[in-house]
Design a protein around this ligand. Sequence first.
Ligand code: CP
Ligand code: NVA
Length: 306
Amino acid sequence: MPNKRDFLSVDDLSPAELVGLLDEADEIKARPEAFAERIAGRQVLLIFEKPSTRTRVSFEVAVTSMGGHALVLRSDELQLGRGETIGDTGRVLSGYADAIVLRTFGQDRLELLAEAAAVPVVNALSDFSHPCQALADLQSIREQKGTLEGLALAYLGDGNNVAHSLMFAGAKVGMDVRVASPPGYEPSAQVAERSSLIGAETGGRTTVTNVVAEAASGADVLYTDVWASMGQESQSGERAEILAHYRLDGDAVDLAKEDVIVMHCLPAHRDEEIAAEVLDGPHSVVWDQAANRLHTQKALLAWLLG
Ligand code: CP
Ligand code: NVA
């Protein structure tokens, strides 16, 4: 497939392409039946090297409800688990499938796969980024607020994969993204730098701070994610201590705007990174946010598969 497009990072999309996908996702959400044959007969292969509930199920349903066929595999069911390279795997699978979706550890594995595969490759989460999550996040924010440009989003906690994708996504659409993390747990400096550069074109702003109030004051959106990501389970005790002041709790909500929405990519740990009363409280949009994974991924697949 000459000129194939991959989706390894939100930064693979221009601002116009990103907004185009969000518009298409809204259209798909409003009239799913109109898209029932959108990728008829296309084969989408989903490979998971880490657990997943939302990503796995929403992708499988996205593919089948647009007329395609989804094959979901764990890497330990493939020769990947016995040392076949990701590049060789990609070359071979390109002969059978029209797109490959991969959840893995290093972002470099996605890049190697995309380079070797003749078909589009989608990042279903790596240690570095979670771009599919950011698509659903933006759709959810726009639904609630009617706009994206100029909104202040405060992300509290670990500067992880989800934070990175939100920073790119917010910058692309002209948002004011503020990340508050403890020293040593800030998001990647390169991501902050690149997001600031993008923001210089779009009117977006990126701030990284160690102070919760600096991020949360006057925020339109409060966002958090787990303190120990998949693969970091052995550090969870230490992280829980260090990140304790960055919990998304009632105090953070009080600092934000009165109509603030609270978001979490899920899975959540109540009373760790987010207070139970906030996750389950009136500002929370987390269930709608999770549901939007389906619509945004449908839009993404329809676009990548042409
Ligand atoms: N938010 C998210 O990606 O959830 P899963 O790990 O369940 O896919
Ligand atoms: N940061 C989390 C996101 C899970 C969807 C992780 O990588 O485990």
